[in-house]
Design a protein around this ligand. Structure first.
Ligand code: PGA
Length: 665
């Protein structure tokens, strides 16, 4: 039996029969380790343009990382790729990228169509990419014409040999056909095929008729295409699929059986393939089966109460009969998944420094019950923002990681007096009425922390609020009156209250006073027992329990051992639960997890479990305007939830109704 069929069966058994869970998990674990098999990874983006940009960025990073060695790119054509190439051209130009060591192999080319025809793939590639990046005397860093390869009918075997002679493709781009083809390897193509001449299927010709005046008869009948064997020898593969028409093919490729009927399904066996999808292409990836959660205690209407819940297509639904999956919660607590609005990094990824590794953090956070978060960026230069913000754009990893909801920009409009761990040299003590000059286009930004008292600070708050961005006041020397002005202009939150702001004074209560007595202002606190002593946490809770939102302000050290780490461009030193800028006494974020923070909150304040849970789920969701879709267990909400023991240890985390973390799993 095919290992993968067995694997899929085992997965189903885990869900259907909890009694076999341990044996099955052990079996799967051994399987995965011995056979080095990974499930297909996918990422779902709100914007296909963001996904395209990230692919272009990844190509550029690869080219830069191999300065003096050949970089072999497998390139695809088709509508999906145009925006990748448009971003790629821009980045190459902006960064004066050296392409002298780049070698490209195109996936396919039509037959019986002159290369000069505008619809040939030669023309496509030259028009969309090569023309502007080609080597010439004026462009000595350009790609050399002799390094650009297309398959042709005469030399099919030579094509694979050439690719092999370079040690195979480093990064292969793929689209997917409605019928599941990759390149032009149509359904039925053997998985061990090398470059060959293919007769195009009717679906493919119909789909491509849009490039040939809408007439299928004008679409060539044959093509030459890179074989599947050659494709899957690539070291890394990125498959892009956008739009409703790809949804079946995507579902079959990722969740279906590996079969030559769906050529892309073979990618399940490739250890380094990523699908990058938009929401339309990903819509069938949700579990279609109905799930019944029973024998649990559910946080609903502010109370933990016995009951049941039903899930379909990743959302809570009203009562359903005959559910396919029954989940016995063994009397445990079920709460909405935790949402961390301020987190600088985790598991070795510092979002301001190596944001390309954010997936590691997103995966790791699941064990703490976090199902969604706002990666937070420390005060940076415009150049740094322009490089990293695109990499932190909203996306979902399905059940394999916490969702990125958007970005929290902490700084740089801060008081230099309260810069804390932020780089003093990049702080801005005045706003020049040009919001984009520092941050760029602000795409995906959900929260900006700033000091309201800086010059033109109030107009900055007005401007950000008008764009639907939540303004939080922090790293600030604001007086009480300045804080009130900030609230008046639209500020909704105070960032890590007490830390990095004017201390409370009986004649100048500052932001602290405002947060504790003004009902309109929420405040976040870091409850690690170090940033605030337990009594201060209790004071906050007693004065304004409604406004309290838990954040971790965690850094890349979260989940890792003591040692030397980073926060932006600074080195940090981690000693137990204390993190400092190395060699100083300046506190630099935390390494507390969200579920530890909520346990601490209960211990420090004596608050109800429900209040602590809501401070980590409902409240943050409300603040950024995504409640009740997130942060609730109501019918219609996303089925992102955490199963907790009575002592609030995370037993399981679910995203979209799919098990994504299991204690001891
Ligand atoms: P498309 O084609 O990007 O034009 O949708 C992809 C493919 O058929 O492989």
């Amino acid at each position: 039996m095919d290992f993968f069929l067995l694997f899929c069966k085992l997965c189903r058994q885990i869900r259907r029969n909890p009694m076999r869970k341990i044996t099955v998990l052990l079996f799967v674990y051994i399987f995965l380790n011995i056979l080095n098999i990974n499930a297909l990874e996918y990422e779902i983006y709100d914007s296909s343009d963001t996904a395209s940009y990230l692919v272009a960025r990844e190509i550029v990073d690869l080219v830069k990382s191999k300065e003096n060695q050949p970089v072999v790119l497998g390139l695809a054509t088709g509508g999906t790729m145009t925006s990748v190439y448009s971003h790629l051209k821009n980045i190459i130009k902006e960064e004066c990228l050296d392409l002298s060591h780049v070698i490209t192999f195109n996936l396919d080319e039509y037959l019986d169509l002159p290369l000069s025809d505008p619809e040939s793939y030669h023309s496509f590639m030259f028009t969309n990419l090569f023309e502007t990046i080609l080597y010439s005397e004026q462009n000595p860093k350009g790609i050399k014409r002799e390094n650009i390869h297309f398959p042709n009918e005469q030399d099919v075997d030579l094509y694979d040999k050439m690719i092999e002679s370079y040690g195979n493709i480093d990064l292969q781009l793929l689209g997917i056909g409605r019928n599941g083809h990759i390149g032009f390897s149509e359904p039925g193509t053997p998985f061990d095929s090398t470059t060959f001449v293919v007769e195009l299927h009717q679906t493919t010709r119909e789909d491509n008729a849009r490039f040939f005046g809408g007439d299928v008869n004008n679409v060539p009948k044959k093509a030459v295409t890179m074989g599947i064997k050659t494709i899957i020898e690539a070291k890394k593969i990125i498959l892009l699929a956008f739009g409703d028409s790809k949804k079946e093919a995507v579902k079959n490729a990722i969740n279906g059986e590996i079969s030559t009927d769906i050529p892309a399904s073979i990618l399940q066996k490739h250890h380094n393939t990523k699908f990058m999808l938009d929401k339309d292409a990903a819509q069938l990836l949700q579990n279609q089966e109905t799930i019944h959660l029973f024998n649990g205690k559910f946080l609903k209407d502010g109370k933990i109460q016995p009951g049941e819940l039903w899930i379909q297509n990743g959302k809570f639904v009203s009562e359903k009969n005959n559910c396919e999956i029954q989940i016995d919660l063994n009397g445990n607590i079920v709460a909405p998944g935790f949402i961390d609005l301020q987190i600088n990094g985790a598991f070795g990824c510092d979002f301001s420094r190596n944001p390309e590794q954010i997936e590691e953090a997103a995966k790791g956070l699941l064990q703490y019950g976090v199902t969604a978060f706002l990666p937070t960026v420390v005060s940076s230069t415009p150049e740094t923002y322009s490089k990293i913000l695109k990499k932190l754009q909203p996306r979902s990893y399905g059940s394999s990681g916490a969702e990125i909801l958007g970005i929290h920009l902490e700084g740089p409009y801060f008081s230099s007096q309260y810069g804390g761990a932020h780089d003093q040299f990049v702080l801005q003590d005045h706003y020049l009425n040009d919001i984009n000059s520092i941050y760029g286009d602000l795409e995906g930004v959900k929260i900006v922390t700033l000091a309201p008292e800086i010059t033109n600070g109030i107009s900055l708050i007005n401007e950000l609020s008008a764009r639907g961005i939540v303004v939080s006041m922090g790293h600030s020397a604001a007086t009480y009156v300045e804080a009130l002005n900030g609230i008046e202009a639209g500020a909704l939150l105070a960032t890590h209250l007490f830390n990095a702001m004017t201390p409370y004074h009986h004649r100048n209560p500052g932001i602290i006073g405002a947060a504790l007595i003004e009902p309109k202002l929420n405040y976040s606190i870091i409850v690690d027992g170090f940033h605030l002593c337990p009594e201060t946490v209790k004071l906050c809770y007693q004065l304004n329990p409604q406004g309290l939102i838990l954040v971790t302000d965690a850094t890349e050290a979260l989940g890792l051992k003591d040692g030397i780490y980073h926060l932006g461009n600074k080195c940090t030193e981690v000693l137990g639960n204390k993190i400092y800028i190395a060699g100083s006494s300046t506190i630099a974020g935390s390494n507390i997890s969200m579920n530890m923070a909520l346990k601490n909150l209960i211990i420090f304040t004596g608050c109800a479990i429900e209040e602590a849970l809501e401070a980590a789920s409902k409240k943050p969701a409300q603040l950024i305007g995504i409640y009740p879709t997130k942060g609730s267990l109501e019918v219609g909400a996303d089925a992102d939830f955490v199963v907790l023991s009575d002592s609030l240890d995370v037993i399981e985390t679910y995203i979209g109704g799919e098990l994504s973390f299991q204690q001891g799993g």
